[in-house]
Design a protein around this ligand. Structure first.
Ligand SMILES: Cc1cc2nc3c(=O)[nH]c(=O)nc-3n(C[C@H](O)[C@H](O)[C@H](O)COP(=O)(O)O)c2cc1C
Length: 180
């Protein structure tokens, strides 16, 4: 049966899934916002898993990065992506938790990726000799998953006419149209 609301939600999840699988898909690099001590903080992250059945998104990060402290203090996060091809804006609210990364995944990382999970604390001042100093090494213990349990997905389709819908876990993701 034709259900435009359900189709829109399905489309959003399909794009998120493609972002995980395809390095060039724009859903690959959403913006993740956390609540920091000085206000909202945003950064680009790589989408590592999209699980529509569990309504969950996964990112990987360094346990020492400030975003982990933010999530520990306040697990509410927001995720944003703009997908220019289908002209979809995704605005997601979620509750995040941290989990140790899979050691097998860490072991499979190329050295240039593993190094992101080692060295100085992200955002901390470097010595005078700058960013090229030293050859950092990754530490498996710092390889961390951010698991985001979705509470709300707001989808804006910049078509003609524009359509916008809000879906919430609280009502079983039934969703409803809202003013664009
Ligand atoms: C294209 C791109 C992809 C990135 N992917 C990640 C990622 O998957 N995980 C991550 O922790 N940081 C990633 N970063 C770096 C973050 O944007 C950020 O600079 C870093 O994680 C420190 O963030 P924080 O200080 O808010 O914790 C990426 C940056 C860019 C530009």
């Amino acid at each position: 049966m034709n259900d435009p609301l359900a189709d829109l939600l399905k489309q959003a999840w399909q794009h998120l899934g493609r972002g995980v699988a395809d390095r060039r898909h724009p859903a690959r690099h959403p913006t993740l916002a956390t609540m920091g001590p000085e206000g909202v903080e945003m950064r680009t992250v790589v989408l590592r898993a999209a699980r529509p059945g569990a309504a969950q998104l996964e990112f990987h990060t360094d346990a020492l990065s400030p975003k982990c402290a933010h999530i520990t203090a306040d697990p509410r996060v927001a995720i944003h992506a703009w997908l220019p091809g289908p002209r979809l804006q995704l605005r997601i609210r979620a509750v995040a938790r941290l989990a140790p990364g899979d050691p097998a995944v860490f072991a499979s990382l190329p050295p240039q990726a593993a190094v992101n999970y080692g060295g100085p604390v992200p955002g901390s001042p470097l010595q005078d000799d700058g960013p090229d100093a030293g050859e950092g090494q990754g530490e498996a213990a710092r390889f961390t998953c951010i698991l985001c349990d979705l509470e709300e997905i707001d989808i804006l389709h910049l078509g003609d006419p524009q359509r916008r819908a809000r879906f919430q876990s609280a009502d079983g993701w039934r969703g409803g149209w809202i003013a664009p």
